[in-house]
Design a protein around this ligand. Sequence first.
Ligand SMILES: Cc1cc2nc3c(=O)[nH]c(=O)nc-3n(C[C@H](O)[C@H](O)[C@H](O)COP(=O)(O)O)c2cc1C
Length: 200
Amino acid sequence: MKHILHLISSIQGNESYSLKLGKAIIEKIQDKYPNSTVEEFNLTDIQIPHLHPEVLRTFFIPEDQLTPQDKESIGFSDQAVKQLLAADIIVIGAPLYNFTIPSSLKAWIDHITRAGITFGYGENGPVGKVTEKKVYVAMSSGGIYSEGPGKTNDFVVPYLKAFLGFLGMTDLTAYRVEGLKVPGVKENAMKKAIESIEID
Ligand SMILES: Cc1cc2nc3c(=O)[nH]c(=O)nc-3n(C[C@H](O)[C@H](O)[C@H](O)COP(=O)(O)O)c2cc1C
């Protein structure tokens, strides 16, 4: 039995392909680990604040010195970190917007990246502290980026792999539903993506 955190960042509601692919991944996780619990966090339901000077300043104040106002400033960040650390498996819906991840997902990343909590620095450089997690990325895109001419602009999966790896989440598998705007490809894209899912 696992606890799964499903992050949704598409702005297309139930029509979203990354949402559907994320749900298909979760179904297969549940087949493998019956009775697993799922916590959905739709990042578009709220306005996640961009990092700003007050939040950044507060990130570095020791916990026992935080004022009530400081606690409010980092309330979202604290909650997001707690939710992340409680999960065994994280399924990240990552639609491709303008060659990168949606700004809501980037804002979430900015808030879960906390020196001393989710990463630190040791003698040999950075040390990720979010360990023993499995991450699945459900990426959707209008074009094709896993191969062919689009591959030079394939930033989403490499970025998530590199950055979440920096935080300690080194076990990441990405599934793609791609070519959703490409005639002759889009018709079969979802079926192909779902068939590619393997849970280890
Ligand atoms: C704001 C916006 C920007 C997009 N930018 C790109 C892009 O740069 N490259 C691409 O191939 N598709 C792009 N698309 C198409 C989406 O990747 C495609 O519609 C995908 O299905 C979105 O995921 P979703 O269905 O989960 O929302 C964009 C769509 C939107 C709404």
